[in-house]
Design a protein around this ligand. Structure first.
Ligand code: TYD
Length: 411
């Protein structure tokens, strides 16, 4: 199996007009937590490129999807705020389109442990998940969410379509994972009922750029979407974006509603957002070069801050072991000499080591023993509000948090 290759052309428009905007060095895959330190730990280049023809921001360093996704340690159910987001998500989509109508069929691509489908099922929908990770799809099956343990392709879509076309296809934080985007969208087009909708969420490139969320760039995330780039992709398959909603999860997400051409009225806010992207400079290389510079400044200032805290004799721990945390730690060279351990609520991650930096991950009960003089580097910064609320007592005892983005600061 070839585990790594470098792609030479744009994932949407096949152009070779790609320019480097940020080099994050040689990094292990961000979710490849280790049982023990190993000399054969796999690391690959991690570089961000911009397509000057269709404006897609993307990686060219491709790690084999089987290596990344066949056994997966991220569980939606481990983050309470995500479960709350899913519950509102299902309610919103279901009531908008299917209230008082017959039971819709909903297929989710990358359905993880079935957390989102569970919410649709509660509302009365027929559901089916497609999930490539065998360990995670088993968890979904155990909680009675029918799940096919496969990667979604146009071939799988054609065989699913024979059994019944879904009214809704969902894909949450998965479209950015897809290497062959054209095959993926072809599959959506062929599978979806003619009056159906494709609803998906992706981290929004505007949030990435504005808030310097560089650590969300990792091998799993091959594309960083703008509406400008997505519109070009869907147009090729006679699909249209007819509605959008901005969401706060994962540092800023765009929920996108897609239908077959001329089936739904396109909302004016879609056009407004596209115009805003143009004004912001989403189609200009200089916007991305500026972002690249800001990332280097951020790294310097975080490294300085940590060095200073260590000189003052402070103890630093990590809060949360998200994939993005591993990018931040590796890129800023913050390892187990600076961070004693990390706490994380995901049982599958506990007692493992972070990839590249080899910091032990422990269960969150440890935080109860900490207070004055202790600092948690908030690696799961996307849950800042919830975590600060949850750790009120630690903060009352004099404990502090180091927030890494967009500018490192202690609170
Ligand atoms: P998340 O930011 O959702 O994802 P990604 O891996 O894509 O960057 O991951 C958040 C991690 O933080 C996850 O491993 C669970 C953990 N976590 C905690 O440890 N405590 C908490 O209170 C919350 C909300 C999350």
């Amino acid at each position: 199996m070839q585990v790594y290759h470098k792609s030479k052309k744009c994932r949407i428009c096949s152009s070779k007009n790609l320019e480097l905007v940020l080099d994050l060095g040689i990094q292990p895959p961000a979710n490849s937590f280790l049982k023990k330190v190993s000399s054969s730990e796999k690391k690959f280049p991690l570089r961000l490129f911009f397509c000057k023809d269709c404006f897609l921001l993307q990686l060219v360093d491709i790690v084999d999807k089987k290596l990344l996704f066949s056994h997966y340690l991220y569980l939606s159910s481990a983050s309470k705020p995500i479960l709350e987001h899913f519950s509102k998500y299902a309610f919103n989509v279901f009531n908008k389109f299917w209230k008082n109508k017959r039971k819709p069929l909903i297929i989710e691509i990358g359905s993880n442990d079935g957390s989102l489908l569970k919410e649709f099922k509660k509302l009365g929908a027929n559901v089916l998940g497609v999930e490539p990770a065998s360990n995670v799809s088993k968890i979904a099956l155990k909680s009675n969410i029918p799940t096919i343990n496969k990667f979604f392709t146009s071939k799988l879509a054609s065989s699913l379509a024979k059994k019944g076309k879904p009214n809704v296809i969902l894909a949450n934080n998965v479209v950015g994972h897809i290497e062959d985007l054209n095959d993926f969208v072809l599959g959506i087009k062929n599978l979806l009922d003619d009056d159906g909708i494709f609803v998906f969420e992706v981290p929004y490139v505007l949030d990435l750029l504005k808030k310097t969320e560089f650590d969300t760039i990792y091998h799993e995330h091959l594309s960083y979407f703008s509406l400008l780039a997505l519109t070009k992709l869907f147009k090729k398959f006679e699909l249209e974006i007819f509605d959008i909603q901005r969401q706060s999860v994962h540092g800023g997400t765009l929920r996108i509603f897609v239908a077959k051409k001329e089936r739904k009225k396109i909302k004016s806010k879609v056009i407004k957002m596209i115009n805003f992207e143009k004004e912001y400079g989403i189609s200009k290389i200089r916007t991305y070069k500026q972002f690249g510079k800001k990332v280097l400044i951020l790294r310097n200032s975080l490294q300085k801050k940590i060095k200073q805290l260590k000189q003052e004799g402070k103890m630093i721990y990590g809060y949360g072991a998200p994939a993005k945390g591993n990018v931040l730690l590796n890129f800023c060279q913050i390892d187990n000499k600076m961070i004693n351990f990390i706490i994380d609520t995901t049982p599958l991650k506990q007692n493992l080591l972070t990839p590249g930096t080899h910091i032990p991950i422990k269960s969150p009960t440890k935080v109860i023993q900490k207070g004055a003089g202790d600092i948690f580097l908030l690696l799961a910064w996307n849950y800042k509000k919830d975590i600060l609320k949850k750790e009120k007592r630690f903060r009352k005892r004099g404990g502090k948090f180091l927030i890494p983005l967009p500018n490192p600061r202690i609170i």
